[in-house]
Design a protein around this ligand. Structure first.
Ligand code: GLU
Length: 940
């Protein structure tokens, strides 16, 4: 509607012009030359349309379009043509330089000589700009253009980038993009430059990024090569969905990328906005012009309009307006000029260009289809807008302009973009790569009802439950892909590639990877990780001391067998020696009756029994209540005591040392302990982060450990953690320790009670969920994980898979100190045994003594052995009777029996009738037989 309206205005203006012009001076002929490489091109249509429009709009000038087709690269012929045009007719008022940079440079130089305005609409890589020049370029100033591209790339948040460029000339311009590292907050891991070569076969260049981790690619090439390059990339599987491309060509919108049939993310840029209304209006005029002049072979479709065409429109429009408006102040009339004689120049050329530069195109923006136009003093365009398009040609997402160089204005709010992304995510199925290894993931046992398990139902474990909980939080569907190789991800320096789960992520066969996957700096460079869901460190798994190892005769260990034998012999020897010393020593012969001052006999208490008692009592540190009196015997005793004190104290000290040693014997308490010995071998899982930790550590202790592990034969590296655990269990004499991550170690020692964790963590790290670099849903996953952490779900899952869902019973809890810090019965069992045996022997001897005594009583009392035994036994067992009365000798009692035979009978009777009556009768018998110290009869 608007277009029709504008056309009506146009016709009215045209009529008014015709009317007025009849009454005015004839218009000034003003020729503008433009050079093209094709007969009919969009730019030519734009050029001629703009001139015819301006010719109609005013009456002062008769603007004439002088379009010329010139061969590409023929500088000589082109320049000759230009000179002829300048010299013929009314001369030229301006020149639109051609696209070819060489020809453009020559023509620009000719124009400079003669001060004819030289208008450029193409990028001139090696153009030399000058102050106060007649040359002006409507193409965005390359430095600013590439700065803009750099800022846009920064906003894409790519971290590793490969830039493919077509030729070195472009590379210079690309420096703007290379400088993206300097822009605020941009963090790039790597920017790799690769030359595409001359084409048309770009495969050898593209192949260089096959098997690499780079899938963010910037392609700087001619528009006409885009399809060739991308279709060859597709052949090489470099156009898979996870690849992202950024095309620097400002005409990329003219290429129909749908022919590539790819879901790879392709971002393009342009400085025109084909959707804008003004563009549509100008386009309709071009179409009208083409129709009116029978031009049918020019594609004037909305999306096929090249930047050059749009710039041609703006350049001519602005130039003609400048001529028209400047003419009001200074009369402008073209003149014929001679290329060979540059003394004569056109006096208005410089004025027109200066006027354009000064005025810009701000006020009349509606006429420009590449936005407002401003120049610097060297004729370089400093104002333009870069539109960023993603995927479809009409999917405009952002724009940038040099006025606000650090900011990319997103046309869709971040929220909208996120919502769209999330929606797409929820519609699909997230592929989760994992490996088998309990408790993270294991095969489910077949169902009892024989039902066949399929898909994810085949597996269970911590990882499965965690992803299930995450999926529930995020509202996504997922599917597990279990990797047979069991590799988590190691970088092979030879093949320069990753394996395992990391490879799956890099190749985008999986969106997420989960297991006991440690977050390491190397992995972090090529894949992203979620926030950690478990913290851990490397620990030592070792076998506990076996109970049977404890020595119950450890108390014998302090002395060698020889020493025991010598000591025992010495006790006996000293007993005998002491016996003789005391016999010789006069002072040990004592008066048995101290009240009798002149005794007839002397007594020596040091019989062999007492001597033995003294020697034993001394060596046992118990002393003895019998003390020698003679000098020699005291000397002997003192020497024995001296010997005893040394021997017993040596024994005590040695025993303590032996028992301590017994407890810590062969024991490893830290990595240092492992490193400083060679007997106990130690190893890690092959291809895991633990192995890499030792391999790459700069710490001397771990370096030593790594050297030792590397040189060990047979290898100490186990394929899986389970193999390592089994090796610790099965290696005899506890000669193998396994370095593994504490989380898995903890799981193992829950049920394998013969194993223990030794020492502290060697480092501190975490497990995380891996995902592709710049994964758009990373923050969503992190949020969900934090939520699960906060509400205790992750801890709950850990408890379930570490403790509850176990096939074997959990080991009984052992205090942290462990049994080894205390003496167990096993360690001192022998002492109990010695005590038991000693007491038993004492009983044997006691029984023997008792029977012997019974025998004596029976003989003395003339009663049968059995009767005497009965009496003695009932007395011994009557624990209430605590006193024993002396019994007169049998001979005495028998003599008294003669005077009182009834009493004698009474005694016999009392003997026969128990201890109770025995007391009474005995009193009677004593009355008749005054006490004798030799009697031995017991009485209450
Ligand atoms: N978690 C380790 C990794 O991600 C594997 C186990 C280990 O090396 O101890 O590589």
């Amino acid at each position: 509607m608007k277009i029709v309206y504008q056309n009506v205005i146009w016709l009215v203006l045209f009529a008014a012009y015709n009317y007025i012009s009849l009454a005015q001076d004839p218009p000034i002929e003003f020729d503008i030359a433009a050079f093209f490489h094709e007969e009919n091109s969009q730019a030519k249509v734009a050029f001629e349309t703009a001139i015819s429009k301006m010719s109609i709009m005013q009456k002062t000038f008769s603007f004439n379009a002088r379009s010329h087709v010139i061969p590409e690269g023929d500088t000589f012929a082109s320049n000759n043509l230009l000179c002829n045009l300048m010299a013929s007719g009314d001369g030229l008022g301006g020149v639109i330089c051609p696209g070819g940079p060489k020809v453009a440079a020559i023509m620009e130089s000719t124009c400079r000589n003669l001060e004819i305005p030289a208008v450029n609409i193409n990028w001139r890589p090696s153009a030399s700009f000058m102050n106060e020049s007649v040359a002006i370029n409507f193409y965005p100033y390359p430095k600013l253009l590439f700065q803009g591209l750099g800022v846009i790339v920064k906003n894409l948040q790519w971290r590793s980038i490969v830039i493919f460029y077509e030729n070195t000339e472009n590379l210079i311009a690309l420096q703007g993009v290379l400088k993206i590292q300097d822009y605020d907050g941009a963090k790039y891991n790597s920017i790799i430059l690769k030359e595409l070569g001359p084409g048309p076969d770009y495969r050898s260049a593209l192949k260089q990024i096959q098997n690499k981790t780079e899938y963010r690619i910037i392609v700087d090439c001619k528009t006409e090569h885009i399809i060739d390059i991308l279709s060859q990339a597709k052949e090489l599987k470099l156009l898979e969905p996870h690849f992202s491309y950024f095309l620097t060509s400002l005409d990329a919108h003219t290429v129909d990328l749908s022919v590539l049939d790819t879901t790879a993310n392709i971002t393009t840029v342009r400085i025109i906005n084909p959707e804008s209304e003004h563009f549509q209006y100008v386009l309709s005029r071009w179409k009208q012009y083409a129709d009116g002049h029978g031009i049918t072979d020019v594609d004037l479709d909305q999306y096929s309009i090249k930047t050059e065409t749009a710039l041609m429109h703006d350049a001519i429009d602005m130039f003609l307006r400048a001529v028209r408006d400047l003419n009001v102040r200074k009369k402008i009339e073209p003149a014929t000029l001679d290329c060979q004689n540059s003394i004569f120049k056109w006096e208005r050329g410089f004025d027109i260009v200066a006027f354009m530069m000064e005025r810009g195109y701000e006020s009349e923006t509606s006429s420009s289809i590449t936005g407002p136009i401003r120049f610097d003093s060297m004729g370089r365009r400093r104002n333009f807008t870069i539109y960023v398009v993603e995927g479809n040609r009409d999917d405009l997402i952002a724009k940038w302009n040099p006025d606000d160089p650090k900011v990319v204005q997103f046309l869709k709010s971040e929220q909208d973009r996120n919502k769209a992304l999330e929606k797409k995510w929820k519609e699909g199925t997230v592929i989760v790569a994992s490996i088998l290894g309990p408790p993270y993931l294991r095969k489910r046992k077949p169902a009892e009802d024989g039902q066949v398990l399929e898909g994810d139902d085949r597996y269970e474990g911590f990882s499965m439950d965690l992803i299930r909980a995450l999926a529930h939080e995020l509202g996504i569907k997922f599917r597990f892909e279990v990797l047979e190789s069991g590799a988590r991800g190691v970088y092979d320096k030879k093949t320069k590639s990753w394996n395992g789960l990391v490879r799956e992520i890099l190749d985008r066969r999986a969106d997420l990877a989960i297991c006991d996957l440690t977050i390491t700096p190397e992995r972090r460079d090529v894949v992203d990780f979620s926030t950690p869901f478990m913290r851990l460190g490397i620990s030592i798994l070792y076998k506990k001391t076996e109970a049977k190892d404890a020595d119950m005769y450890a108390f014998l260990n302090p002395f060698s067998l020889d020493l025991w034998v010598y000591s025992a012999t010495l006790v006996l020897g000293i007993t005998v020696a002491f016996y003789f010393v005391t016999r010789l020593s006069p002072d040990d012969w004592e008066n048995p009756h101290p009240c009798d001052e002149e005794p007839e006999e002397l007594e020596n208490i040091w019989d062999l029994k007492n001597c033995l008692w003294l020697t034993l009592g001394s060596i046992m540190n118990q002393g003895c209540d019998l003390i020698p009196k003679g000098i020699s015997s005291r000397m002997a005793a003192a020497m024995w005591w001296f010997f005893a004190i040394i021997v017993t104290n040596s024994y005590t000290a040695n025993l303590a040392a032996f028992l301590t040693n017994e407890r810590s014997q062969g024991s490893i308490n830290s990595a240092e302990d492992l490193a400083k010995q060679t007997k106990i071998k130690y190893g890690t899982m092959d291809g895991g982060s633990t192995q890499i930790f030792f391999r790459d550590s700069n710490y001397s202790l771990y370096q030593r450990m790594w050297t030792s592990m590397e040189q060990s034969k047979p290898s100490v590296f186990e394929k899986t953690n389970d193999d390592g655990v089994a090796r610790v269990q099965n290696t005899k004499n506890r000669l193998f320790a396994f370095l593994m991550e504490s989380a898995t170690l903890e799981y193992q020692i829950q049920t394998k009670c013969d194993l223990k964790q030794v020492g502290n963590w060697l480092d501190s790290k975490s497990y995380g969920i891996a995902m592709p670099l710049d994964f758009p849903h990373r923050s969503r996953i992190n949020e969900a994980l934090l939520k699960l952490q906060e509400n205790g779900k992750i801890n709950e899952l850990k408890d379930i898979w570490w403790k509850q869902k176990r096939d074997s019973p959990l080991c009984p809890k052992v205090s942290d100190e462990g049994p080894s810090n205390k003496l167990a019965l096993q360690n001192v069992g022998g002492v109990f045994l010695v005590l038991g045996v000693g007491i038993a022997l004492a009983y044997v001897v006691a029984i023997f003594e008792f029977l012997w005594n019974v025998r004596n009583v029976s003989v003395e009392e003339h009663i049968s052995f059995k009767e005497a035994l009965k009496v003695e036994l009932s007395f011994a067992l009557n624990i209430w009777v605590t006193k024993k009365r002396v019994k007169p000798k049998i001979s005495e009692s028998s003599s008294s029996s003669q005077s009182s035979g009834g009493e004698s009978r009474g005694l016999a009777h009392s003997i026969l009738h128990g201890a109770g009556s025995f007391l009474r009768l005995d009193v009677l018998s004593r009355a008749g037989t005054p006490g004798s110290r030799h009697t031995s009869r017991p009485v209450d």
